[in-house]
Structure formats: structure tokens, C-alpha cells
Design a protein around this ligand. Sequence first.
Ligand code: DON
Length: 349
Amino acid sequence: MMIATGKATRWTTAIAMLSLAATAALARDMSKGLSDAEINTALDAAYAQFRDLDEGANADYIPALAKVDSNIYGIALVTTDGRIHTKGDVASEVSIQSISKVFTMAKVIEERGAGAIAGNMGVDATGQVFNSIVAVEQYQGAEMNAMVNPGAITATSMVSGGSRDEIWNKILAYYSDFAGRPLGVNQEVFKSESETNQRNQAIAMLMYAYGHIKDDPLRATDIYTEQCSVSVNAKDLATMAATLANGGTNPVTGKVVMKSENVPEVLAVMATAGLYDDSGKWLYKTGLPAKSGVGGGIIAVSPGKFGIAVISPPLDAAGNSVKAQKTFEGVSNSLGGIPYAVAPVARKK
Ligand code: DON
């Protein structure tokens, strides 16, 4: 094996710095099309349009979620060149819930490669609700994805570590790197969900029985429940989404959180399954990879451009925030975030 000389190391460092600068310049280029004024106008318009919308209801199968203020309505957008725009209530925090599934899946891919996810729970939409047992039974725990509970609890069980504490601390630190600040757990939500998560325990047992979870399924459920209880505001969520939009590097802190080559697989599963059985409808309207949580948050990623998050606790029947979905449709359309909307290339005559 060749040992790098001082000269070679200097060259490697110079090349790495040039490539970092080029990546940053590219990110700046792709998001610079959006001026601060354009972004603020889009957020203001969506906020004014949907502020008084009164549809849906807080999740109540986790008792603590029913008590959360239904009027919280916050929007945040973070560009890939690190600009932060917010509107409404961005101080209030809710539990991250299923949005956490994205980042645990990312961790597993970072540790084990994308094949580990595809080869275990799979990467196909179930067309079923997020905690469907029918979806597990259909293919004996395969041919589903890490955005629904069976796949998500399995993903949590795949994070490496010698003890519960080690695994948990690693997950929390990873989420914090995406958010750009140390996150904590809403203990009331964690306790409430721990007391009522028998269905998830049963799902984990089934995933163990079918060989997808290799060790203690109840420990995996417990860690999964804690990851769902992490407390976030709209700005945290938007920064997490923007880190994915920016190829795995947090655009605000500059920290490389995940390898850029691992981001596309995460976005692909968000696109096909991020809003569960309503993922098709969502993609049809917004074109963006996204993820919802029963705490009322939704994140969406416009690759190369921005990450956006909306928090509003009342949900529809599929478990997705009503107001957040509507807000995204307006903002994404007016900011040109839809990846499939392209103008034809002009042909030379
Ligand atoms: O496992 C559960 O039921 C919750 N901790 C998370 C579900 C969830 O957020 C579904 N999202 N829309």
C-alpha cells in the first residue's frame, strides 16, 4: 500500500478543497435563482391563504398529541446556500414523529449501504396506512419501505451500537447534525406513546418473526418510540430537509452530515412513500419528495434548491397535516420547486 507523501497529501487536500468550493458554488447557483423577496412573497401568500383553514384533527391515538395546540402554524424554508426564511409560529415545537424515519433510514444507508435497506424491508410503497399489519403479512415483511412503521422500526434495529444508550445517542446526534443544533426529547410524548404503542410492538414482533429484525424487537420499538418523540420547530425541520436538498451537507452549519451519493435513495423512498397511501396524490400536486409526521409536521425537499417545512397539528384521515399539505402546494408551485417542470430546450433553426 502506498503511503501518501507530504506533497501528495497537499495535492489531495487542494483537490478536495477545489471540489468543495465547486459543490458550494453549484449549490449557490441552483438556489440563487430564488431571491429573498420571491421566497418571502410565496411564504406570506400561503400563510395568508391558509391561516384560517379549520379542517382535520390532532392525532389522538397517542394521548399527548391530542393536547398539542391545534393553532400552531409555522412555515420555514432554507435554501441550499443557507438562507433561512420563516413565517408564522416557528418558535413552537412539536414531536417529529414519522419524519424521523427519513433520518434513521439515512443513518442505516450511511453505515451499511443502500442495499441493506432494499434487501431487508424493501423500497416499495405499500398503499396501506402507516401501521398496517396487512402490509407486513402481504410479503412476509419484505417489499415495503422504511417510511411505514414495520420498515421504520426495522431500520432503527439496524443502527449499529453495543447498547441501547449507544444506539440512541448516535441517532439523536445524527438528527441534531441535520438540524444544526442539539435536539432533545419531549418526555411527555415519549411516555404517552410508550404506554400506548402495543400495535407497534406487535408489528416489531412480526418483523422479528419474519427475520427482518435480528435482535430484541421490543428494544427496537422503544428506541423508535423515543426517536419519534424528538422535539422540533419548523426551522429545525426545514434545515433537516435543506441538508438533503444540499447533497447531505447542512447548508447553515456547513457540516457534511451524509455522503452526497447516499442522498438519492433516501429521496426516492420519500417520493414514493413519504405520505403513505396518499403519496401519489402528493407527488401529483407538488412533485417533491416529502415526509409527514402525526405531530403535524411535513418536510419537503427540492433537490439543489431548498428544504421546506410546515407545522400544523390537525391531520387528515391518512395522518398527514391538512394545512401543511395545502401550504406546500402553493409555495412549491410558486417557487418552481417541482423537479419535473422544465421548459423545452430551444432548438437551433
Ligand atoms: O409509530 C407511530 O404511530 C408514531 N410514532 C408515528 C406515526 C406517524 O407519524 C405517521 N405519520 N404521518
